[in-house]
Design a protein around this ligand. Structure first.
Ligand SMILES: [Mg+2]
Length: 206
């Protein structure tokens, strides 16, 4: 039987592959029309590299990150690769996920993306969804909510973050070449990271 972490990563892959054209279309508006294609290729690779019976969440995340790093091009490969690899380091040896683990995954992913991309919030990137998601998650946990309730809050905040990216000008990556013309378009990276959070949130309820 496949492990929980394998099933969850498979569902993330399915979601990204299902939304390949949508993500690519978003990137066509403000970038180079490859986000969905690249991410789908990356997760197709991930599914060939992951072992279904791997119970070690850290090892599975690390394999995912290394595969994304080597198969996804552009800026997204290194950023998602680092996010998954660093989350993997935080989870190495663990076979179950609790509230603190989820917090550690958020923190490792954010720190990895910030370091690798030299990115800050407000630049119209995946961080504009991921950082508010993390903050809402922590606020929920601090208020005594369960892991799944706090993840619901995180997903709402990530979706608000996507909406926020429509209102701002891109100052990072290829979209920044468009200047003010990037306003009105949602960030593809903020969109794909939100899809992943939604899959994890739903999965944790199962
Ligand atoms: Mg692109």
């Amino acid at each position: 039987m496949a492990s929980r972490v394998y099933d969850c990563l498979s569902k993330i892959g399915e979601k990204i592959i299902e939304n390949k054209d949508f993500l690519t279309d978003l990137d066509r508006e403000i970038g180079d029309a490859d986000h969905g294609v690249n991410m789908a290729r990356g997760f197709e690779g991930v599914m060939t590299k992951l072992t279904p019976d791997t119970e070690d969440i850290g090892a599975a995340l690390k394999t995912t990150g290394m595969t994304l790093l080597s198969t996804v091009g552009g800026a997204s490969g290194p950023l998602y690769g680092t996010a998954f690899m660093d989350s993997g380091k935080a989870m190495m040896g663990k076979t179950a996920l609790d509230k603190d683990d989820m917090k550690a995954i958020f923190e490792a992913a954010i720190a990895g993306i910030q370091k690798r991309g030299k990115a800050e919030r407000g630049e119209k990137t995946m961080l504009d969804a991921l950082m508010p998601a993390y903050e809402s998650y922590c606020a929920g946990i601090d208020a005594g909510k369960s892991l799944t309730e706090a993840m619901d809050d995180a997903c709402r905040a990530a979706n608000d973050g996507i909406e926020f990216t429509k209102t701002i000008r891109a100052t990072k990556g290829r979209a920044s070449y468009l200047g003010d013309r990037s306003i009105g378009h949602q960030d593809p990276g903020a969109t794909s990271i939100t899809m992943m959070l939604e899959v994890v949130s739903e999965f944790l309820k199962s």
